[in-house]
Design a protein around this ligand. Structure first.
Ligand code: DP6
Length: 388
């Protein structure tokens, strides 16, 4: 056991460039194929959690964004807590740890959950980091995070991260490995376009289960596309080859959404909506003479765009021209109003794209960032009298 009775950790979200879609083992979240992602900066998007342990706690409890969660019914959280304690017992067999103390976990995201941004990756990476630290667990933290949610195993590390699918039956080698740190490619910039959306589609866990059972395209992809693309993308990252990076990223996104349509019955409503397709068109036309931007979409309509520093102002100005926010919405974009005002004359005209006011809920500009880490801050328990 760690000496102190509370630990706070911060964990990032990550965006897959080579997608994880399909499991060979659903209990342990072991993927059909390896994948590769970029970890995003925790200053802009993160989960922060404090874990408290005490002999006086009668059961494990958890609060997310102020709301109490049902830990007993959450098999993913249960799996992580159980494994962290089991590997703590293994390591400290000299101590009497037959009944390790229960924990209370208080967690919050620094981005609105309603924005539909994948919070399970940062949430379970943060949980794994907290549990592993407080219980001094010997289990690999990326493996522990994967037991909560597959993509979370990549959020343990910063920069560019490959999730090796592994070959051990129980997945002890199915974990994230850093390909390059967050400092490797400082010119690479990220924009998250949060698309206004009221329609809920099928969750990714259920959707990928259905794809595995019904999509022949998924089988083809796993065998023929992913191995080649992974190698090419790793090289493109190492060499900072933006054109190859972009082409692979966009093709991967297109293939994921084709598989969702090849799934039977197809994923409905589709993750990408009319605005998502408008964004694809805009980026494709913007790239006509030279590849200057890349898009990717996961299990929802939001776009993540990648660009280089030299094109950042022009691309953002163009996005703002065609997808303006509501007037006086100070939260629309996480940049100062003077920065935004200075962009106006940098926008380019793209024939064939109509102005869609109000189509975006917000824009988050960010960069690659670090993996999960311990923080000196604290997320207080909802009722401080509970901490005894
Ligand atoms: C489309 O990690 O959310 O974002 O393992 O069932 O929790 P579970 O799924 P999850 O799936 C993410 C799928 C994706 C692609 C990716 O992140 O690689």
């Amino acid at each position: 056991m760690n000496g102190s009775n509370s630990v706070t950790c911060i964990a990032p979200i990550n965006i897959a460039l080579i997608k994880y879609w399909g499991k060979s083992n659903e209990d342990y979240n072991i993927p059909l194929n390896s994948s590769l992602s970029v970890t995003l900066n925790t200053n802009d998007l993160c989960t922060m959690s404090t874990i408290y342990v005490s002999d006086s706690f009668l059961k494990d409890e958890m609060w997310l964004n102020g709301k109490e969660q049902n830990v007993e019914k959450n098999t993913r959280t249960q799996r992580c807590v159980k494994e962290a304690r089991r590997s703590s017992l293994k390591r400290c067999n000299g101590e009497d740890l037959n009944s390790p103390p229960k924990c209370h976990i208080v967690s919050r995201n620094n981005f609105p959950t309603a924005a539909g941004l994948a919070s399970s990756a940062s949430g379970y990476a943060c949980l794994a980091k907290c549990l592993g630290t407080i219980y001094s667990s010997s289990i690999d933290l990326s493996v522990l995070a994967r037991l909560g949610s597959g993509s979370a195993c990549r959020s343990i590390y910063g920069g560019f991260v490959k999730w090796e699918k592994g070959s051990c039956g129980f997945g002890s080698d199915s974990k994230g490995v850093q390909v390059a740190p967050e400092t490797h490619w400082p010119e690479l910039k990220v924009m998250i376009l949060v698309v206004s959306n009221k329609q809920k589609s099928v969750g990714s866990t259920e959707a990928m289960h259905r794809s595995v059972n019904t999509s022949e395209l998924l089988k083809y992809r796993v065998e023929n596309c992913v191995p080649k693309r992974l190698q090419m993308l790793e090289n493109a990252i190492t060499e900072k080859d933006f054109e190859t990076f972009s082409l692979l990223t966009m093709k991967e996104s297109n293939q994921l959404h084709s598989i969702c349509q090849d799934t039977f019955p197809p994923i409905s409503p589709p993750y990408m909506n009319a605005i998502s397709h408008q964004i694809v068109n805009l980026v494709s036309l913007y790239n006509e003479k030279k590849i200057r931007a890349a898009y990717t979409f996961d299990a929802g309509p939001n776009a993540v765009l990648f660009t280089l520093e030299e094109y950042f102002d022009e691309l953002l100005a163009t996005i703002l021209k065609y997808f303006p926010g509501e007037e006086n919405d100070s939260e629309f974009i996480n940049l100062s109003s003077s920065t935004v005002n200075s962009l106006h004359d940098k926008a380019v005209t793209i024939d064939g794209i109509n102005v869609c006011a109000g189509a975006l809920e917000r824009i988050i500009c960010t960069t690659p960032g670090p993996g999960a880490y311990v923080s000196p801050e604290t997320v207080p328990l909802p009722d401080p009298t509970d901490v005894r």
